[in-house]
Design a protein around this ligand. Structure first.
Ligand SMILES: [Fe+2]
Ligand SMILES: [Fe+2]
Length: 336
């Protein structure tokens, strides 16, 4: 099954039900009105940092479909279409591993070319993390990453996004789909977390440290989540971004939040738990918005469906807020 074509102008859609919000003016009508109407300020907090978190792209070097079913290249193209048109200004696109399915140089060449062009268009930085399907040498060569760290060539990255520190930690054990944070990786991480960053740290680890609902996930777990917990406990780590299990999930490790992004290519049919079945459905990525002392993670599915109520543009919302009195809540709580 292929997702419907992505058309940025088609967000929302025409009403198909008499229920739902009060009829709204259309975006086109509103845009004319808003040009002449003073726009009231929006009161909800705005994030200090914004990330798009993409995981498990599973690109093939020859463009062949995953298991004969999924066109991974098309999924990447669909995601980049969203990322370059959705009007969300990201500080970085963060990739958390299994970017290639076969570890081939051709798969990384395709990835670098496609993402590089889109990132240049969007004016956004790209942060690469590797997963168990990635081949370290080809990953580094294809994505322009320097030499690996230590004798095993670990891919460990440190990035500064206007005070927010993003660390990518290699959790792979060559030859197995399971993950493990080596002593080398743990001491590298520990050394960096010794001193807090201005806006805290986001950690990227491919193998999600959270237990999963399906029994089969014990075939390829992160073997030492406790070691990760001990390293991040009490540090400035605000959030751990993971993938690997191809399903959206949230949890904590040593009190540190963990957000697992859906795969861009195929996902698990969670309704079958405790059995496990990959399916061509529900693919997407995550929007990560970090405020002064909190964050919000929002799933961004690639598929789009039939509209249920009239779309409400930003300009329309502002005009309605200005014209109908303050319909917002009066809760003074702010998060940024
Ligand atoms: Fe994967
Ligand atoms: Fe994986």
């Amino acid at each position: 099954m292929t997702p419907p074509p992505l058309d940025p102008s088609a967000t929302g859609g025409t009403p198909s039900s008499p229920r739902g919000p009060a009829p709204a003016t259309t975006a086109s009508t509103d845009s004319t009105a808003s040009a002449a109407t003073p726009q009231p300020p929006l009161s909800r907090p705005r994030p200090r940092h914004v990330l798009a978190h993409l995981s498990d792209l599973h690109l093939t070097g020859d463009g062949s479909r995953i298991d004969g079913v999924v066109d991974a290249r098309a999924r990447l193209t669909a995601a980049l279409d969203v990322l370059t048109t959705w009007g969300v200004r990201c500080d970085a696109w963060v990739f958390s591993g299994d970017l290639s399915d076969d570890g081939s140089p051709a798969s990384y060449a395709f990835l670098a070319e496609q993402v590089g062009a889109a990132a240049a268009t969007a004016g956004v930085r790209v942060i690469w993390g590797n997963g168990n399907h990635d081949e370290r040498a080809a990953f580094r060569a294809g994505l322009g990453i320097g030499d690996g760290v230590g004798p095993s060539g670990l891919i460990l990255g440190e990035h500064d996004l206007r005070g927010l520190r993003v660390l990518t930690v290699d959790s792979n054990v060559p030859g197995t789909p399971a993950g493990q944070l080596s002593d080398e990786a743990l001491s590298w991480l520990s050394a960096r977390l010794e001193h807090p960053a201005e806006a805290g740290t986001v950690l990227v680890v491919h193998h999600c440290p959270l237990p999963q609902p399906q029994d089969a996930t014990e075939l390829w777990p992160l073997r030492n989540p406790g070691a990760l917990a001990e390293v991040v406990r009490g540090t400035d780590t605000r959030l751990i971004l993971s993938g690997h299990f191809h399903q959206t999930g949230f949890g904590t490790v040593a009190g540190v939040p963990v957000a697992m992004a859906s795969s861009l290519t195929y996902t698990q049919e969670v309704g079958l738990s405790p059995d496990l079945r990959g399916q061509d459905a529900n693919t997407g990525f995550s929007l990560v918005e970090l405020f002064e002392d909190s964050f919000v993670v929002t799933a961004v599915p690639l598929a789009r469906g039939e509209g249920v109520h009239p779309s409400i543009s930003s300009a329309d919302a502002r005009a309605r807020l200005a014209g109908a009195g303050d319909q917002r809540g009066s809760d003074p709580v702010t998060t940024g």
